[in-house]
Ligand binder design. Structure first.
Ligand code: FAD
Length: 106
């Protein structure tokens, strides 16, 4: 499998970009689709230790998908959990949309 860091960086880009395009007011189908996607993603992610820990996290903190804001923040918190595990600085989740959707202002 590809390098765990390269894989991780690309995957977070994909996941946060999906959050950025998730509807502000999703239909019930869109909500169940994103939950299915995340559940399957956590099983198929090709870094097995990463996947195992992420699945355990998802059992403690169920995916929130009631709105773009909810999902974006849920994902940001999940990413922060991995940041903490790896000793990386955590990200201020009030800024996830600026980082991943609207772009930094400066
Ligand atoms: P990354 O963590 O890849 O982040 C990329 C960019 O996202 C950052 O530069 C920043 O601008 C932004 N960002 C940072 N935090 C947040 C946040 N909370 N919300 C929104 N944006 C943010 N690696 C391991 O070694 N062990 C593991 O167990 C492991 N588990 C992983 C589980 C998953 C589900 C994923 C997707 C990746 C996992 N990784 C794991 C990889 C790890 O998270 C990093 O992707 C990798 O170490 C590269 O880190 P990076 O410093 O380039 O930044």
């Amino acid at each position: 499998p590809p390098d765990v860091e390269v894989l991780g960086r690309s995957t977070w880009t994909l996941l946060h970009s999906i959050a950025a395009t998730y509807p502000p007011t999703p239909t019930p189908k869109e909500q169940s689709d994103i939950k299915s996607f995340m559940r399957l993603f956590s099983k198929l992610y090709p870094c097995w230790v990463c996947a195992e820990d992420f699945q355990a996290y998802m059992q403690k903190r169920e995916v929130k998908a009631g709105s773009r804001d909810e999902f974006g923040n849920w994902l940001c918190e999940a990413h922060n959990e991995v940041n903490r595990k790896l000793g990386k600085p955590t990200f201020d989740c009030r800024k996830w949309e600026e980082r991943w959707r609207t772009g930094w202002k400066d």
